[in-house]
Design a protein around this ligand. Structure first.
Ligand SMILES: NC(=O)c1ccc[n+]([C@@H]2O[C@H](COP(=O)([O-])OP(=O)(O)OC[C@H]3O[C@@H](n4cnc5c(N)ncnc54)[C@H](O)[C@@H]3O)[C@@H](O)[C@H]2O)c1
Ligand SMILES: [Zn+2]
Length: 349
């Protein structure tokens, strides 16, 4: 089992535990702490069985356990859902000594983390991400969120006490969920860990999760620890996301797919602006991983309009993360002519 610490710019820290089969371990989920009586377990439909197994373990360990299943996907990230859970926690008689455990993908951990951070002004929150995207991205870094008229518009920065990442569970994910999360995992390699890129180049989607997941988590943990509230370095995590999110907004393709296309576009821009020589290698790897590398159906005018709305834009151009090489990110303001060249490289023309 690996243990990775994340610090928050003060004297507190949270830990990420990564290992095969650990998602149902009550002992690992609950750090020793006197006074804890109740554990509320939140989950979503997909990982219900994992949540049941962990809840069973917690009961066997002597806790009073209650379980609740959130609506699936983005439907969970609503204030009405949050209020329902608060009222349920009231009915359980939860106190600040007690704990909330959230088992699920990023939508579940975003809202479970928000509830943990705000109920009784914050009670112990443990996250058990059950998608690859959740494990390498959403559950790591302390951002919590609900959707209010727009995605992630309300939330707080608050680290969970612990995150349990079960690489065995992730290895059994349906292909679609695995591929989507791989986009964010390999992104961590592109921005900060060339050896992670090499692992994916060698083994493709069969790359051992026991190797790639800790590497991707370490990248995010390091970046977040250096910049908890997102002033500077944390921006590199947005690699592929400027153009990617605009394409996601216009075409409604899955997030991981959009990020892959966004990284290919950023690669083409970097070829022109930073002397990046691995754009083709990056494109090839993403395609081999089963990710799309073009978005021919996206309307260029709509994508540009979405980019103009984005907060990463100013009057001189679009703020983008570009690579000088794998592991060497830089922030640049890219003029619209070069942005359009990047869009053409992914078939948006
Ligand atoms: N907080 C952050 O920093 C951060 C970062 C990235 C993404 N996010 C958020 O994460 C969310 C996306 O995360 P996601 O892709 O994990 O989506 P998700 O939570 O919506 O899960 C996707 C689907 O997978 C199912 N599922 C979950 N675990 C499963 C398992 N083990 N086996 C089978 N099915 C399973 C779920 O029930 C759901 O239907 C978005 O809301 C996004 O905003 C947050
Ligand atoms: Zn993302």
């Amino acid at each position: 089992m690996e243990r990775i610490w994340i610090t928050r710019g003060d004297d507190t820290a949270s830990e990420v535990l990564i290992g095969d089969g650990i998602s149902t371990s009550a002992e690992l989920a609950m750090a020793p702490r006197p006074g804890r009586v109740r554990v509320a377990v939140l989950t979503q439909p997909g990982p219900q069985r994992t949540a049941d197994a962990l809840a069973g373990g917690l009961r066997a360990a002597g806790y009073v356990v209650a379980q609740r299943t959130l609506p699936d996907r983005e439907d969970a990230k609503a204030l009405a859902v949050v209020e329902g859970v608060y009222l349920w926690l009231n009915s359980l008689g939860m106190t600040r000594q007690d704990s909330i455990v959230t088992v699920g993908g990023g939508a579940a951990t975003d809202v479970g983390g928000f509830i943990g951070a705000t109920y009784l002004r914050g009670i112990e929150s443990v996250l058990v991400p059950t998608t690859l995207l959740g494990a390498v991205d959403a559950a790591i870094g302390g951002k919590t969120a609900v959707n209010v008229g727009g995605k992630n518009l309300a939330g707080v920065f608050s680290h969970p006490a612990r995150v349990l990442v079960d690489t065995g569970l992730l290895a059994a994910l349906p292909a679609g969920l695995l591929i989507e999360g791989t986009a964010e995992a390999v992104k961590a390699g592109f921005i900060a860990d060339p050896e992670l890129v090499a692992l994916y180049q060698a083994d493709g989607l069969r790359a051992a999760l026991s190797e790639v997941v800790p590497r991707a988590v370490r990248v995010k943990a390091e970046v977040v620890s250096a910049d908890f509230t997102e002033q500077g370095r944390r921006a590199i995590l947005n690699y592929g996301h400027t153009i990617g999110l605009a394409i996601e907004y216009v075409t409604r393709i899955p997030h991981g797919h959009a990020v892959a296309i966004g990284m290919v576009a950023a690669g083409a821009v970097a070829e022109e602006l930073t002397g990046f020589t691995s754009a083709e290698a990056q494109r090839q790897l993403l395609a081999e991983l089963g990710l799309p590398v073009t978005a021919p159906k996206a309307d260029p005018a709509a994508v540009e309009a979405a980019l103009l709305l984005d907060k990463k834009r100013d009057s001189t151009g679009v703020r983008m993360v570009l690579l000088e090489a794998f592991g060497k990110p830089t922030l640049a303001t890219v003029d619209m002519t070069t942005v359009r060249a990047g869009l053409r490289a992914v078939g948006v023309r």
